[in-house]
Design a protein around this ligand. Sequence first.
Ligand code: IPD
Ligand code: CA
Ligand code: CA
Length: 280
Amino acid sequence: MKEEKLPSVVGSKSFTAVAINCAAKAGEWVKTKLGTTLQLNQKVSASDLVTEIDKGSERLIRNLISTHFPQHSFLGEEGVEPGADASTQAIASAKDAEYLWIVDPIDGTTNFVHGFPFFCVSIALAYKGEVIVGVIYDPSSDELFVAEKGKGAYVHGKRLEISKEMKLQESLIATGFPPDQSYALPLNLRAIARLAPQVRNIRSGGSAALHMAYVAAGRLTGFFEYNLNSWDLAAGSLIIQEAGGKVTDIEGHSYHLEVRDVVASNGHIHQELLQELGRV
Ligand code: IPD
Ligand code: CA
Ligand code: CA
């Protein structure tokens, strides 16, 4: 009788344990490279950077994941051509995979390059198009945000809870300054101008994934940004939802892997935030 050849899988570690291990290892390695001489490459503009550390971090994560789950699919930022079209295309063709790992090896590369300690590693696992594990690791503060579908969201064993603000007026809202200066940046700037007089204040830390983690942790009331990629949002979307918050596109449709214009919040202020953004 012919023996069936099984894929070689090391051990039987849970998806979440592997995601945590990858994020922690990659984040620690990235941190050791802070302040070293970096070879900078531009993607679409001088505000869109990539370093050999982004690529090394992604390689490390991809190798570890394929050691445990060689049959799973993988979508990492550094494996995709620069630009919105290629990113849109990449998630459109990957999203139907049974198991898909979605990875941003450094979210906040500009901060990393400048030594501004607000960047992270973001790893999500989607099963048939739905995110089931999300891990975001900030090596500067050694905070690891983790969520499993239906099991809550945690940072170092402490359950994450969204903030209590009920009105936009009391809200601390984050956004980004996108590297895409022709489409996303002007939209974001108009939204900032519209929102600034109506909220408690606006922040822009420079890492979409960490902003999402901060919404889950109740440190921010909400976050919005235009033209983000699946790897910026996938892990954070689950972490926020598991912390009791809400994630939609700019029109209020529930989050899915192809969302690019995102609105995330504690839920209470979501409608008000959507309404204001709708007027931009
Ligand atoms: C960027 C960061 C930034 C956001 C940009 C993203 P990267 O990701 O999340 O906060 O404003 O739109 O591209 O390039 O550092 O992975
Ligand atoms: Ca990113
Ligand atoms: Ca990145």
